[in-house]
Design a protein around this ligand. Structure first.
Ligand SMILES: NC(=O)c1ccc[n+]([C@@H]2O[C@H](COP(=O)([O-])OP(=O)(O)OC[C@H]3O[C@@H](n4cnc5c(N)ncnc54)[C@H](OP(=O)(O)O)[C@@H]3O)[C@@H](O)[C@H]2O)c1
Length: 271
């Protein structure tokens, strides 16, 4: 069904570019059916040159070219973008917003009645095709439109549907998650250096350990505790390391960390 669509991006920044290049690389859309508008003409020129897509010089022109419109601007400017967009939607395109914290009720309230709107929370690894995105459907979104939306975000990683009331949780978990993982990675690299390894060697070993462990978890489908038990021998090195982590309540800290980030997401949403 995506074959019959054309897609337009308002905002061609980091996320916009990641999505466009993912969609073209995965052959979800041919470049000639991808449009972009950005306030910076140099961004449009860059995307036209790098990805062979078509730039559009105004939001109206972009909207008229597109059966799917992706709002990929910062939340602070979403209001002015919706104002500029609303009068160009007579062809009832599907509107997809990735603006963090902007509720479906706000998006739907600022667009013509029955505009199908999907809200998405992607995360930073989408920039390298390994994102984790959660999508919530608005009132007028059909099953086919939701399937199309999921397919779009699967071009840059994994995508799941959640109820909108879970969006703050998703923001605190997978949205901010890369920051937590990076902190752990940085600390492990420093630990390797502390114990005498060259920094580059420690970096390679730690990145591969995190990637490999994630892949093992995914490919076996086993519970993390089961895999952990398999590699933790009696009286061995791993159990001694784990004992120390437990004494610092690392599990509790991670749970409270996600709780705090989700709470902050809710606060920002209210603002
Ligand atoms: N990056 C992430 O990891 C991530 C994760 C989850 C969600 N998001 C969400 O994704 C959205 C985009 O983030 P991003 O990182 O891609 O931001 P970004 O790199 O700043 O991209 C936004 C682009 O939109 C342009 N723009 C601003 N106002 C515009 C307007 N009125 N019309 C058209 N274009 C306009 C910006 O130009 P200027 O630079 O001149 O303002 C910029 O080129 C945000 O809402 C963010 O909350 C991002």
């Amino acid at each position: 069904m995506l074959r019959d669509q054309s897609i337009g991006f308002i905002g061609g920044g980091n996320m916009g570019e990641a999505l466009i290049s993912g969609l073209i690389a995965a052959s979800v859309f041919p470049a000639e059916k991808v449009f972009a508008h950005d306030v910076m003409p140099s961004r449009i020129q860059y995307l036209e040159k790098e990805l062979a897509i078509k730039g559009r010089s105004s939001i109206g022109e972009l909207a008229r070219s597109s059966s799917i419109i992706v709002l990929a601007v910062k939340p602070q400017v979403i209001s002015q973008v919706l104002d500029a967009l609303r009068e160009h939607l007579s062809h009832k395109p599907l509107v997809i917003s990735i603006a963090a914290g902007i509720a479906l009720s706000i998006l739907e309230g600022r667009l013509p009645d029955l505009t199908p709107v999907v809200r998405v929370m992607p995360n930073a690894p989408a920039l390298v095709g390994k994102g984790a995105s959660a999508l919530s459907r608005g009132k007028a979104v059909s099953t086919a439109q939701m399937e199309m939306s999921l397919a779009l975000f699967r071009a840059v990683g994994k995508a799941v549907e959640v109820e909108e009331k879970m969006m703050d949780t998703v923001t605190g978990l997978s949205g901010s998650g890369p920051a937590y993982v990076l902190l752990v990675i940085e600390a492990l690299i420093d630990a390797g250096v502390l114990m005498g390894l060259p920094r580059q060697t420690a970096r390679e070993l730690v990145i591969q350990t995190v990637v490999g462990t994630s892949m093992m978890l995914e490919s076996t489908g086993k519970h993390p505790a089961e895999l952990k038990d398999m590699i933790t021998s009696p009286g061995g090195t791993s159990i001694h390391g784990l004992q120390l982590l437990e004494s610092y309540s690392v599990r509790g800290a991670l749970m409270e960390c996600v709780e705090a980030a989700s709470r902050r997401s809710a606060e920002l949403g209210k603002g």
